[in-house]
Design a protein around this ligand. Structure first.
Ligand SMILES: O=C(O)c1cc(=O)[nH]c(=O)n1[C@@H]1O[C@H](COP(=O)(O)O)[C@@H](O)[C@H]1O
Length: 229
């Protein structure tokens, strides 16, 4: 298995598009994030097949509901035996506790999404009515997640060092919003380079369009992988 911390966000519309993307990678061991777009179209069978083919899978469904509903959904999803599943930290302490209990006994680890990397501090305070700063909010959500048995968080590289200091070395910190200096930021508000994210203490990096939208996805992936080795 590859030791690279890169997780590729496979935000494709169909299995066919995913296969076209994967083809040049051959037997390269990859860690693939399957999100709502592909999962809603292709369902569990795609996840099972990718696992059978030796890929590590992160199922990013960002569950957000009352504790009982999230727990029941996770009991079902845990049977897929994927590495990671996401829940929203804003589901609250009781939901996070119910979620962590629901996956006990499976190998699946849960990641709590703190504040989405598409949200700026201005938007957090103006649109979502949060009074605290973005950093304070992310730190509070990370602590709530850890206190309630969640294995790690999703946050931007900008909050990673503070969470690492607060949460210790065992807590997973997975950072999307990864861009090289010349890449378009698209809909992301809080971005950073792969190198910087790892320096801050990220466990893994979620990288989507910088790789999937590249004219040469394999070369781009290998370039990043070599740089952060
Ligand atoms: O949970 C996530 O993975 C996630 C959380 C977050 O705060 N921001 C975020 O961008 N993501 C995901 O990370 C990926 C980022 O994709 P790119 O912006 O194309 O690199 C997408 O699949 C998002 O769904």
């Amino acid at each position: 298995m590859s030791q690279t911390p890169i997780i590729i966000a496979c935000d494709f519309a169909s299995r066919a598009e995913l296969e076209i993307f994967l083809q040049p990678f051959g037997s390269e061991p990859l860690f693939l994030k399957i999100g709502m777009e592909l999962y809603y179209k292709e369902g569990n069978s795609l996840v099972q097949e990718l696992k059978e083919r030796g890929y590590k899978v992160f199922l990013d469904l960002k569950l957000h509901d009352i504790p009982n509903t999230v727990a029941q959904a996770l009991r079902s999803l845990a049977q897929l035996d994927v590495e990671y599943i996401t829940v929203h930290a804003t589901g609250g302490a009781a939901m996070l506790k119910a979620a962590s209990e629901a996956v006990q006994g499976s190998k699946t680890k849960l990641l709590a999404v703190t504040v989405l990397t598409s949200i700026s501090e201005e938007s957090l305070q103006r649109d979502l009515g949060v009074v605290a700063t973005l950093d304070e909010t992310v730190m509070a959500y990370a602590k709530m997640a850890q206190d309630n048995g969640i294995d790690g968080v999703i946050c931007s590289p900008h909050e990673t060092a503070a969470i690492r200091a607060q949460a210790g070395t065992e807590f997973a910190i997975v950072t999307p919003g990864i861009r090289d200096v010349n890449d378009a930021t698209d809909d992301q508000a809080r971005v950073a380079t792969p190198e910087w994210a790892l320096e801050q203490g990220a466990t893994e990096l979620v990288i989507g369009r910088s790789i999937t939208g590249s004219k040469q996805p394999l070369a781009t992936y290998m370039n990043i992988k070599e740089r952060i080795k």
